[in-house]
Design a binder for this molecule. Structure first.
Ligand code: HEM
Length: 409
């Protein structure tokens, strides 16, 4: 963060559409270190709270339980037990340590403020807008995660950092299960997937502090705080909301609220306290301006992860060049991020995207009578991207999420 000056922060804020709400005061704080937490709990789903900075809040009960599982060598047994546990309506797996079973009994309950009507609408919205969401989550959000230093360092130095293809597939199964038509229904999978993820994060909180590599680069003692999880939400969900609006994708107010609601419930299941979960999109964007934008910067780990991620994507036949991919990242995240990551320029591709992407959307949404010339190129690109990320093409299954028992060597 030391090389992050006020101008950089403001330019980035503008690129990500956060300029209007980004306060100079936060930029100054960013220069000094981390932003002060000023976001009010009155703007949360709970409507009140202590106001404690969420960078000092983790997930105490499951953190202790998973530390015990790791230290007593029970990770293989737990992984075996949770493998067949997939659907929301399945009974909890047997063969787990009793304290983990007891914890799961309450952690798998829907929060009382969850609204199934909104969640069903969100599922329908996700289906209707899925191609844009793939592009936003897969390219914009995915690459943004590499310029969030704490996330980049944690991912790089954890076990999964050594095999990014597998890791990307697992992470994508979270997005897939959240966006699935029956995500929160009895037949869906999201409650299980998010609880497994919460267990993985708890395991990482115990393992990473033991990694000498991570210790050497980290600016914190325990990773994946509540604030870090909120930051990731803003680099995916909040960013998606911003881009959909910016790209003039038609959405009703009910669609927007439903989309937010599915993320609110997701954050709850990931262990974020209700007092930090934004109640409205305005509150979410304000929170993002406070905790996401000031953090974005280059790290060695992020640079390498971005190369791996873009390399993986470029391996798939998307019908476009790597230069096009680089420019699509720049189109979504701005040139500052593109320059940090050293993404080679392709000015022809840049011009094609600037002119073609808005018309592609307009035609798909029935707002243009005739398909633009570049329509099929964009269409092939987004569809191939969707297939690549889904990783379901041939196997028909997602990669199961498992608890790690070590760090990246
Ligand atoms: C693991 C999703 C936030 C670091 C995972 C996994 C999923 C996931 C699905 C399991 C896949 C796997 O095992 O590789 C999410 C979501 C987040 C979030 C949806 C917030 C909305 C974070 C944050 C950090 C982080 C903020 C770090 C600052 C990690 C690490 C792993 C992991 C290190 C384990 C990788 C491994 O060694 O296998 N996450 N995550 N996550 N996550 Fe997150």
């Amino acid at each position: 963060m030391a090389d992050m000056n006020r101008r950089t922060v403001l330019t980035l804020g503008a690129a990500l559409g956060l300029g209007g709400v980004f306060a100079p005061q936060a930029a100054q704080a960013a220069q000094a270190g981390r932003s002060p937490w000023t976001w009010s709990p009155t703007r949360s789903v709970l409507g009140s709270g202590s106001g404690t900075d969420p960078q000092w809040v983790w997930d105490d009960d499951i953190d202790r339980i998973m530390a015990n599982v790791i230290d007593s060598g029970q990770v293989p047994a737990v992984n075996q037990a949770i493998l067949p546990w997939v659907h929301n309506n399945q009974p909890l797996p047997t063969g787990l340590p009793p304290e983990l079973s007891t914890w799961l009994q309450s952690s798998t309950q829907m929060p009382e403020w969850a609204d199934m009507t909104k969640l069903r609408r969100a599922a329908d919205f996700n289906r209707r807008k899925d191609l844009y969401l793939f592009v936003i989550y897969g390219i914009g959000g995915g690459i943004m995660s590499t310029v969030i230093p704490r996330e980049a360092k944690s991912v790089y130095w954890s076990k999964g950092g050594a095999d990014m293809q597998d890791r990307a597939a697992k992470t994508f199964s979270f997005g897939y299960d959240l966006s699935d038509i029956d995500a929160f229904e009895q037949s869906g999978e999201f409650v299980v997937t998010s609880n497994k993820t919460r267990m993985v994060h708890a395991a990482v909180r115990h393992l990473l502090p033991q990694s000498p590599h991570w210790q050497a680069v980290a600016d914190e003692e325990i990773p994946i705080s509540n604030q870090d999880i909120l930051v990731t939400f803003h680099s995916t969900g909040t960013f998606a909301h911003r881009k959909l609006r910016e790209w003039r994708v038609p959405m009703t107010r009910a669609d927007e609220e439903a989309f937010l609601h599915s993320w609110q419930v997701a954050l709850h299941f990931l262990g974020v306290r209700d007092e930090y979960i934004p109640a409205t999109w305005d509150a979410a964007h304000a929170q993002a301006a406070e905790i996401l934008t000031p953090q974005l910067t280059w790290t060695q780990e992020g640079q390498e992860l971005a190369e791996v991620l873009l390399g993986l994507t470029a391996q798939v036949d998307l019908g476009v060049t790597r230069g096009f991919l680089n420019e699509f990242v720049r189109y979504q995240l701005g040139n500052e991020v593109g320059d940090w990551l050293g993404l080679r320029r392709d000015y022809v591709a840049a011009a094609t995207i600037r002119a073609g992407w808005p018309t592609y959307i307009a035609f798909r949404e029935g707002l243009l009578p005739v398909a633009p010339v570049s329509f099929y190129m964009f269409d092939q690109f987004v569809r191939a991207l969707a297939m690549a990320f889904l990783n379901r093409g041939e196997s028909g299954t997602t990669t199961p999420i498992t608890i790690p028992d070590m760090n990246r060597p």
